[in-house]
Design a protein around this ligand. Structure first.
Ligand SMILES: Cc1ncc(COP(=O)(O)O)c(C=O)c1O
Length: 441
């Protein structure tokens, strides 16, 4: 095949989490982005209703972030991540520690949410081993949790499709029940009233396996990718208290909830909790360069800083941990969040956002709406053709007919606009969604 052959131009790229064959039939190509808009290949401006994949919290193409990346590329393209450092990486870690709840002062960098989750799980195992509690190897996740695609994250995640496709993965993993029960929580605004007692499931798991065998429990404060499931009031507090009582580490996976999505730097702050480890990614660099990381408690760090001084204390890391371009993007992104007070802005917008999204309550096919912070899941009744068909149609119609990009998970639409969006933008998103729903077969 010649270099310029177009014969197979869509076939070579095997797209992630994508219905490749359907995409080839009717591609949805994006060629540019600015502010809260994407530009489609045919020149149309689409509203980005899901901040890319919940990562472009400061809006697309912010000049401060763009300039920082350009400068970094010309100054230090790459520095070895192992045994050598560059000053900005230390600056970024310090700034993240300042943003995090008190006591989470140490940052390990990775490149994706999946890597952050695997890093946190390995840290939990290594921490217990370092303290002579090596029998603590089990993990507890939750049904409908999403923790990325590494074997660790897949295992603690609670997505049936992953088990169907790849089997059972890591041994020694239990799952809490999902906190979502439509019969008791439908159309709740924010954290639902019912469900705090579901945290007691952790006691049941401890009673079965004994705490001495359990390393950590991992949850998303608000389950994001499976449809935005806010925690019932008091649930996270109860879960953390039980874990604490049994010496089980708590990992908050804040890959979506971090960096303003819930009106705070981290959801931990919204709920007044300090987990032992926080995974973060996405909004860290505004999506502009891949980067993620884990915030760790002083106790974990101190336990690990042992052994001969010439040896790494934690046998883990990535070639691109603290990559200079990513670090530059993250530092600039944190500046933008601070200078535009975007976390505070998100907090101030929450009530109006929730009310506006709720106005879709009587739209065709809507089965539930769950807004919290600046994220909202809208469940559609599965159509007669089966699960996911109606959701797929909604995504297609939104893109092709209503100039709207919105993320769809099965039959759930997930709205999470950039934090720079205004009340009028949210109303426009809802108007377009209403038109999409009205047009659905
Ligand atoms: C809570 C959570 N954890 C982990 C991940 C995985 O992140 P990545 O796709 O960057 O590996 C995601 C992605 O959406 C996520 O929402």
């Amino acid at each position: 095949m010649t270099q310029d052959s177009k014969a197979n131009e869509l076939q070579s790229y095997w797209m992630p989490f994508t219905a490749n064959r359907a995409f080839h039939r009717r591609p949805r190509m994006i060629t540019g982005a600015q502010g809260i808009h994407y530009i489609a290949e045919d020149g149309r401006r689409l509203i980005d209703a899901t901040s890319g994949l919940y990562c472009v919290n400061a809006g697309h193409g912010d000049p401060v972030i763009v300039a920082a990346i350009q400068k970094a590329a010309a100054t230090l393209d790459y520095a070895p991540a192992f045994q050598f450092g560059h000053p900005q990486a230390f600056e970024l870690a310090s700034r993240l520690a300042l943003l995090a709840p008190d006591g989470l002062d140490h940052v390990f960098f990775a490149n994706s949410g999946s890597e952050a989750v695997d890093t946190a799980m390995k840290l939990a195992l290594a921490f217990h081993k370092a303290r002579g509690e090596g029998s603590r190897t089990r993990f507890v996740g939750r049904e409908r949790g999403y923790h990325g695609v590494g074997f660790g994250g897949l295992s603690v995640g609670g997505i049936p499709g992953n088990r169907k496709a790849f089997g059972q993965q890591l041994p020694g993993v239990d799952h809490l029940r999902t906190t979502y029960d439509r019969s008791r929580q439908a159309f709740s605004i924010g954290e639902p009233e019912w469900g705090a007692e579901l945290a007691d499931e952790l006691e049941r798991i401890v009673a079965l396996h004994d705490a001495s065998n359990i390393a950590a429990v991992i949850v998303e404060p608000v389950a994001g990718s499976t449809g935005c499931l806010p925690p019932p009031k008091g649930y996270l507090e109860r879960l953390c208290a039980i874990a604490d009582r049994h010496g089980i580490l708590v990992i908050f996976d804040e890959v979506i909830t971090g960096f303003g999505r819930l009106g705070h730097a981290f959801a931990a702050e919204r709920y007044g909790l300090t987990p032992d480890l926080i995974c973060f990614a996405k909004g860290l660099t505004n999506g502009a360069v891949p980067m993620s990381g884990v915030l760790a408690s002083e106790a974990i760090y101190a336990a690990m800083m042992q052994g001969p001084e010439h040896l790494p204390e934690f046998y883990h890391g990535y070639t691109y941990s603290a990559h200079p371009l990513a670090v530059a993007a993250a530092l600039a992104t944190l500046d933008v969040y601070r200078d535009k007070a975007l976390f505070e802005r998100a907090a101030g917008m929450e009530d109006d956002f929730c009310e506006t999204l709720m106005s879709l309550r009587d739209a065709p096919h809507v089965a539930d709406i769950r807004p919290v912070g600046l994220i909202c899941g809208i469940d559609l009744d599965a159509g007669p053709q089966g699960a996911g068909v109606r959701g797929y149609e909604a995504m297609q119609r939104a893109f092709h007919d209503h100039d709207l990009y919105v993320r769809v998970a099965a039959d759930t639409l997930i709205v999470a606009p950039p934090l720079i969006a205004g009340a009028d933008d949210v109303r426009e998103i809802v108007a377009r969604l209403g038109a999409v729903l009205a047009a659905l077969s």
